[in-house]
Design a protein around this ligand. Structure first.
Ligand SMILES: Cc1cc2nc3c(=O)[nH]c(=O)nc-3n(C[C@H](O)[C@H](O)[C@H](O)COP(=O)(O)OP(=O)(O)OC[C@H]3O[C@@H](n4cnc5c(N)ncnc54)[C@H](O)[C@@H]3O)c2cc1C
Length: 385
């Protein structure tokens, strides 16, 4: 029978980062199992690639404080590109309540060591981005080290480095069962046969609850459709701009190739494995785009280039990380609620620490355990886009 020290289920950016961090720490006999014929067909390949440290809870901020510098030095460390572009995130507040919220977040971010974040006045926003309608903007916050990465490249970089240093990736192989001996995990069943192992990581993205169920674990991670609309080339708005967020309705956009990538969280969306792009979304998002950026009235969009993917949502918008106490050897790296690309480096480090040493200094991981839901210890993240 095939054996591995660690089996990672899912070859998206999270599984790949865990494989990288374990290998980098000296653990070589790692097997990553991916059911698709190529990596990136899950959420990772659908992502907007935004990375930011402007969050509202210490845990989310700390995960970004590890991850963003990691992305900044990714090419140098791994020898593969991650496409990090530090163009910033600009939150535009349209009420005093938003402004107080940004101010409170700013204080937490600075206290935790974030250096490049600052509050910004309406005049400065107006001066830098005269194309924005600013009559209702009352201020904002901006962090220059926030920005974008290329999620596909980063995922391939992590996995290729891990494979170069001893890890194995099985593609086109589906995990169909997890064996336990009553006390702990003993093996993983796949379409290529059974693999004996004492450590299994669930990194199955939006499908994580089904994997957990195979191990008899109840995991509150639900898939939620998220749609993105790329525009045709557009040169009436500069391309060196940050991710710009209109806090009045959550509409946000960033430059992408010669055009822009538009995003908005439709509150009418309901959980489920829906990955078809809904054409009526285009009008909804273009209305919001033109409302904040009047020249966006001239944007051209080809509906065939728009796409949909799945967020992996948890009840408190924080990931579920760590070993399941009732099933030793079964680890979770799930439920990133829209932040799995930006937090993949920190997740890889945390999981590698826990698997190899049983503890981590990166965050207080006890706060992220799966038992927090039953115990009512939720840690709500409100800065979710
Ligand atoms: C439209 C959109 C925009 C987003 N924008 C951002 C953003 O700007 N910034 C950000 O940080 N995050 C963003 N996200 C979220 C981010 O993409 C995800 O959190 C992240 O990609 C999760 O990575 P993952 O590796 O856990 O999951 P995935 O990439 O989904 O990988 C899981 C893998 O597990 C495999 N798998 C599942 N079941 C099995 C099985 N039984 N056997 C074997 N393999 C299996 C799947 O095939 C898949 O490849 C966005 C998501 C979407 C959909």
């Amino acid at each position: 029978m095939q054996t591995a020290d660690v089996v990672i289920i899912g070859g998206g950016i999270v599984g790949s980062s865990i494989a990288y961090h374990l290998t980098e720490a000296g653990c070589k006999n790692i097997l990553v199992i991916e059911r698709e014929t190529a990596q990136g067909k899950g959420s990772t390949g659908k992502s907007m690639g935004g990375v930011r440290a402007q969050f509202s809870t210490p845990i989310s901020i700390q995960m970004s404080l590890y991850s963003i510098p990691f992305y900044a030095s990714f090419d140098e460390r791994l020898g593969y590109p991650a496409g990090y572009r530090p163009q910033g995130y600009l939150f535009c507040a349209t009420s005093e309540k938003h402004l107080a919220y940004l101010r409170a977040n700013y204080q937490k971010q600075v206290a935790l060591g974030l250096k490049n974040v600052r509050l910004i006045t309406t005049e400065e926003i107006r001066g830098r981005f005269p194309q924005l309608r600013s009559d209702d903007i009352v201020g904002g916050s901006f962090c220059s080290t926030d920005g974008f990465v290329d999620p596909y490249s980063a995922m391939i970089g992590f996995m290729t480095w891990a494979a170069d240093h001893g890890a194995t990736l099985w593609k086109h192989t589906e995990v169909s069962g997890i064996q336990r001996d009553g006390k702990r995990v003993t093996a993983v069943e796949t379409t290529r046969g059974t693999v004996a192992t004492r450590k299994v990581v669930n990194a199955a993205g939006p499908w994580a609850a089904a994997i957990a169920e195979m191990a008899g674990v109840d995991l509150p991670v639900k898939p939620l459709r998220r749609m993105l609309v790329p525009t045709e080339p557009f040169d009436q708005f500069p391309h060196d701009v940050p991710m710009i967020i209109d806090m009045s309705n959550g509409f946000h956009f960033r430059p992408e190739a010669l055009g822009f990538l538009l995003a908005w969280n439709d509150p009418e969306e309901t959980p489920g494995y829906k990955t078809d792009f809904e054409p009526s979304f285009i009008e909804k998002i273009l209305t919001r785009a033109a409302d904040r950026v009047p020249i966006f009235e001239n944007l051209a969009v080809n509906p065939k280039r728009a796409w949909a993917g799945l967020y992996e949502m948890t009840p408190d918008h924080h990931p579920i990380l760590g070993e399941v106490s009732e099933l030793p050897g079964f680890y979770l790296a799930n439920g990133f609620s829209g932040h799995g690309v930006m937090h993949a480096p920190a997740t890889g480090k945390i999981l590698s620490d826990l698997i190899l040493t049983g503890k981590t200094n990166l965050v207080d991981v006890t706060l992220l355990g799966p038992d927090r839901f039953a115990a009512g210890r939720l840690i709500e993240e409100t800065a979710v886009l």
